[in-house]
Design a protein around this ligand. Sequence first.
Ligand code: NAD
Length: 287
Amino acid sequence: MSQILDGRALARDLRVQIKREVKAMVAAGGPRPKLAVILAGEDPASAVYVRNKEKMAARVGIDAVTLRLPADVPAAALMAEIDRLNADPSVHGILLQLPLPQGISAEEEIALLERVDPRKDVDGFHPDNLGLLMAGRPRFVACTPQGCMRLLEAGGVPLAGRQAVVIGRSLIVGKPIAQLLLAADATVTICHSRTQALAEIVRQADIVIAAVGRPGLVGGDWIKPGAAVIDVGVNSVEGALVGDVDFEAAASRAGWITPVPGGVGPMTIACLLENTRQAALRARPAP
Ligand code: NAD
């Protein structure tokens, strides 16, 4: 039976550490970290995520403010909000909650993400931050990939020289996690919607990262005995949350596996808090 990589417990430990460090920073006369979240529209899942972020921020002594904007907000108004937050020295981290409302085009979304001051980009989605990661000098690492790496590390999963297979090539999960695994000396294969013979590739993997958003995509018999399986997928099936991996079957073969829920999800929020603390630490003092 595999070792469960418990994201709830690990996130709790990380929050305890962040709370201690925030307290020490404020006691030493430093700023209290402040996160600004822009939430446009009424996507129910986003509303839950944002509430969780506010709740967790408060627990560690980080101020979190959420700007709630209507679903028909024009891109120009979002741009203006980002500019205002960029210029506000009391704000250390800015997060534009995705997905944006349907009225915002893909091009506008890219422009908005690029408008966030890269030194306040606690999501790590700005091209400057993605580029620094690629260059081996990471500044803000995207929260979900960072959470995956912390889970692997906590489980003591060996990475150097091992075969890692990442399923999914998005800019916010698949590509950055592949980069982090590469930096940890794994041999990395990235698979995606056009990959052929996915099962055969996954069967070679010592580390499997599933980040697609399709329930049951990864069959239990795809898992090499003893492999580490990180399930990033979040899917709602008949009212229940499930990942991309057939958990029961995979758990009977894997060496390590993350549950859904309770695996990557809690780590994503904890890493956001850590990025916000780091942003405050690096912020130039207000003139
Ligand atoms: P995305 O839609 O941007 O990317 C999905 C990727 O899957 C694409 O690169 C696509 O090429 C690939 N893909 C699609 N069908 C495939 C197939 N049949 N075989 C192989 N690859 C296929 O999604 P995303 O934003 O990267 O998120 C992926 C999943 O992770 C979603 O379920 C999302 O909800 C979840 N997610 C979870 C967290 C968390 O904190 N737990 C954070 C971010 C995303």
